[in-house]
Write a protein that binds this ligand. Structure first.
Ligand code: SAM
Length: 226
């Protein structure tokens, strides 16, 4: 063990991608189609290594019911649905028929349609309509940062003990503290989040997931309800 997390260099990222079971022809086609059809939006897609992490993580946690906020063309949802196995169910929340129309085709191709329910509506509305009792094992939040804490307040009471919350792009980039691109609200939320839900969670406020070969890192927050 070292006393801090290893930084993600280009070489290390390339090594991880090359030596992980991340991809298959369906995922490769989905990534290619997203870049072709939505070139200016394709950067919203999770990186392939992040998808690989999501699938592995979902499997490790033994997820039976998951919720995704922000589905886009479907890469992260495919990873989660695959990680859940045939008995699992994934609720996908998005506002775009256009983006999720692509996702639906790839769910079909991947044989995942039976595991996934898509609701087209602002995610907050969808979350507020879910049963209040704890029933969620995993959430992946990857949309609409302005509502991150509102999602938290709706989600935490509905998480099963041991349920895991993954928040994408929580810290935006490495230049976290005091950087104008990384508004204080994101950091303050660390404290706000627990007050909002009034329940105990263990938080790990850092991610090691590299997003493409760009300057920014997509850091995540991982929290476990206890
Ligand atoms: C960053 S993308 C999600 C990427 C996706 N996880 C993937 O791996 O491809 C964000 C998505 O959130 C959706 N979105 C934006 N605002 C939303 C809202 N209020 N409720 C639900 N979805 C929203 C957008 O339509 C977009 O598809």
């Amino acid at each position: 063990m070292t006393n801090k997390t290893v930084g993600m260099t280009d070489e290390l990222n390339a090594y991880i991608v090359a030596h992980s079971s991340l991809s298959d022809p369906i995922v490769a086609d989905l990534i290619a189609e997203t870049h072709k059809v939505l070139p200016r939006r394709a950067g919203m897609q999770v990186a392939p290594d992040q998808a690989g992490f999501l699938e592995l993580f979902t499997r490790l946690v033994g997820v039976r019911y998951a919720v995704e906020v922000g589905t886009f063309t479907g890469l992260s949802s495919i990873a989660i649905a695959r990680g859940m196995g045939t008995a699992g169910r994934l609720l996908c929340c998005d506002v775009s028929e256009e983006f999720t129309g692509i996702a639906r085709r790839y769910w079909e191709r991947a044989g995942l349609t039976d595991r996934i329910e898509l609701r087209i509506a602002p995610a907050l509305e969808t979350l507020r309509g879910l049963p209040r009792e704890p029933h969620i094992d995993l959430v992946f939040v990857d949309a609409d940062k302005a509502e991150y804490s509102a999602y938290w307040a709706e989600l935490v009471p509905r998480m099963r003990p041991g349920g895991v919350l993954l928040y994408d792009t929580f810290l935006i980039d490495q230049r976290t503290v005091g950087h104008p691109r990384n508004p204080a609200f994101l950091l303050e939320r660390g404290e706000l989040l627990e007050r909002l839900s009034g329940e105990r969670v263990l938080r790990y406020r850092e991610g090691a997931v590299r997003c493409e070969a760009e300057t920014s890192f997509r850091a995540g927050i991982v929290a476990v309800k206890v």
